[in-house]
Design a protein around this ligand. Sequence first.
Ligand code: GYE
Length: 323
Amino acid sequence: MKRRNLLMAATALSLGMGSMVAAELPPLEQKERYRVGFAQMESNNPWRIAETKSFMDTAESCNWDLIATDAAGSAAKQVADVDSMIAQGIDILFLPPREEKPLIPAVKKAKAAGIPTFLVDRSVDPAAAQPGTDFVAFLGSDFIDQGRRVAEWTIENFEGEKGIIVQLEGTTGSSPANDRKSGFDDAIAADPRFEIVASQTGDFARDLGRQVMETLLQAHPEVNIVYAHNDEMAIGAIQALELAGRKPGEDVLVVSIDGTRDALQAIIDGKMGVTVESSPFFGPLACEVMNRYAAGEEIEHWVQVQDRIFTQDNAADHIDEAY
Ligand code: GYE
């Protein structure tokens, strides 16, 4: 089986990937140490820093020689980073694709070079690249469900008569932004009390979230719910609201996703209502899945992470383990 995989990969290389039906996935040889690539997309928020640290903390116990890069918020740089990892002869690639489309050629190139790729925390456009064919598997959360759970919590807990919602979207073209939007929008539409008056990207970043919120507040002063696709933008929005004399937690309900330390603190302080967890601690899971793959196991196409929910009821119990 393994030899056959290798042969097919070799054939794919010699024919050029474009001209043939997809070859099987490249196998992973069992080794004492692995050269592992982790191509991080950016490091401008605590979530990303915690994820990179989780890979670094796992390296020793999982026998990884880890090559970690930081694309500084540029999909083009992330593609170049993957290229250079391929040239350095990595055995396996863990990739969080910043956006759904631009990283697809890099995923296909890694496969053509015989490198098994696992997407972590974000996925790619399913019409253009598939698990089990172009990459081994996606490790991560159900973003549609996260958005849906935020909407359901909001429906249950919003006390006003009319909910006027502003949505701060994540990075345009990224899988969590697309899915957290559709999950929330579909679920909130079930209750006629709610209306989304504006939905704009804040690129998953605190400062941009604050700026976008400042602008949207001027256009929609009647807003009383902010749904942010991540905690960093929620914190930025809270800053903008307070600057404008509003009282988050009293006259505006702020809801979001991730579970960062600052968000749990904001919940404890009564400024934020809920955050649905999206864990950045992928190192141990990546190690486990890699070892299963090297042992010849077939990997499920979606290694799904289960997410908790943090509210007034439990935020204080979890803040010490937060990042
Ligand atoms: O929610 C966000 C980060 O892709 C699941 O990206 C991840 C998201 C996470 O920058 O804070």
